[in-house]
Ligand binder design. Structure first.
Ligand code: GZL
Length: 336
């Protein structure tokens, strides 16, 4: 699929199909504050029945994404939403999609927990004549098994985070631990790839890397283990694949008597409200944003596919990022 990069200005005028939205203003002024403002939907036609297989409710980002999707796929927008949250359980998520197929929904939307293992069920949906749209994360299955991917450029997010780390800490011996996202998920894989490439050749040494499964509890317990193994004085930097794990790490660092953001620097991704507040409070040092408000874009893509319109390949909005000053300026107006 072709990827094109849009500035946030161009996004406002771009077609509402298959756009991604990572912008510092939390997206455009859609019904749910989403990136496109166009909710698609039956538009006076028949109600479109959509099965949505969400990952679960693992993080603040996920809650905002679910809220955005439910607002866009509302009855007044011409949809009937059949919602399933799989509690981060891939087998349950695939079973939910099979359920949508046997129910004979008009379209299926999936936020796939992990990249692999989707070929069979996507083929079953295709054989049943039910179009599938991926939102947020993507899969390793062939692109002809789904109609569109409204996603986010995770590798670019990792690169942005790594470039900041390299600029800030690359010239001094820096011992870093990594709190990885869900094992096998596109954001965990790609955020690691981008970050690692950006710090190549610097004096930042990755001493350990484990998954905290994108949850606050997971980030806290993994960070407790790192502190146990290496000593709080032997860790200089934490790279967290999302804010929830960074917030858990903050709890562990404070419990060990150290000061997060000073004794141990923290870089994170998402820019959800609690993460941005910790950045303003100086407990996180840098956050790369990723806008979860994709509902309107996905709804427009579903409408396009169901109506037989062509739905374009994924397009990315340039990722923005926040240091403490930028977070202080942005926080009052953020939508999530
Ligand atoms: C990213 C999304 C990730 C977030 C986490 O688009 O898939 O999953 O970074 C969320 O907060 O749990």
């Amino acid at each position: 699929m072709k990827k094109r990069f849009l500035t946030s200005m161009a996004l406002a005028g771009a077609a509402a199909f298959a756009l991604t939205a990572c912008s510092s203003d939390g997206g455009d002024t859609g019904s749910s504050g989403d990136a496109s403002g166009d909710t698609g939907g039956g538009g006076g036609g028949d109600t479109i029945v959509v099965g949505f297989a969400q990952t679960g409710s693992e993080s603040g980002w996920r809650s905002a994404n679910t809220e955005s999707m439910k607002a866009a796929f509302s009855e007044e927008n011409g949809f009937e939403l059949v919602f399933n949250a799989a509690d981060n359980d891939t087998a349950a998520q695939i079973a939910a999609v099979r359920g949508f197929i046997s129910q004979g929904v008009d379209a299926i939307v999936i936020a796939p927990i992990v990249e692999d293992g989707w070929d069979d069920v996507l083929q079953e949906a295709k054989d049943a004549g039910i179009p599938v749209i991926l939102e947020d994360r993507t899969v390793s299955a062939a692109a002809d098994l789904y109609a569109a991917w409204i996603g986010l450029d995770f590798e670019a997010e990792g690169t942005k985070a790594g470039e900041w780390a390299a600029a800030e800490f690359g010239d001094t011996e820096t011992k870093m631990v990594v709190l990885e996202g869900t094992t096998g998920s596109a954001p965990a894989n790609d955020r690691a790839t981008g970050f690692d490439a950006a710090i190549e050749g610097t004096m930042i040494e990755k001493i350990d890397s484990q998954t905290g499964d994108f949850t606050r509890d997971g980030g806290k317990s993994v960070m407790e283990g790192f502190i146990q193994n290496y000593g709080v004085d032997n860790i200089d930097l934490v790279y967290a694949h999302n804010d929830d794990m960074a917030l858990g790490a903050i709890e562990a660092i404070e419990a060990a008597g150290a000061t997060p953001g000073e004794d141990i620097k923290i870089i994170s991704i998402d820019a959800v409200h609690d993460g941005m507040q910790a950045l303003v409070d100086g407990k996180i040092n840098y956050i790369v944003e990723c806008n979860p408000l994709l509902g309107d874009l996905v709804a427009a893509a579903v409408t396009g596919v169901v109506n037989g319109d062509s739905v374009e390949a994924v397009q990315y909005v340039e990722d923005l990022a926040f240091d403490q000053a930028a977070a202080e300026a942005a926080l009052p107006d953020r939508k999530y």
